[in-house]
Ligand binder design. Structure first.
Ligand SMILES: [Zn+2]
Length: 59
């Protein structure tokens, strides 16, 4: 069974406070930095647009 592998967790760094956070790369809701509240990821048509710097993609 072939599954899509687009749903991944990504490690991002907040541009504002340099906090590192692991977020779900295909979230349908807005993800904010837990420290300063900066938006890290915005939903856009089923996928998410990651606004922060991606450090690592975790599988
Ligand atoms: Zn932050």
């Amino acid at each position: 069974m072939i599954k899509e592998t687009k749903s991944k967790f990504v490690k991002v760094r907040c541009a504002k406070c340099k906090n590192e956070q692991i977020i779900f790369g295909k979230s349908s809701s807005k993800i904010k930095c837990l420290v300063c509240g900066e938006v890290l990821s915005n939903p856009s048509g089923g996928k998410s647009k990651i606004e922060a710097r991606v450090l690592e993609v975790l599988s």
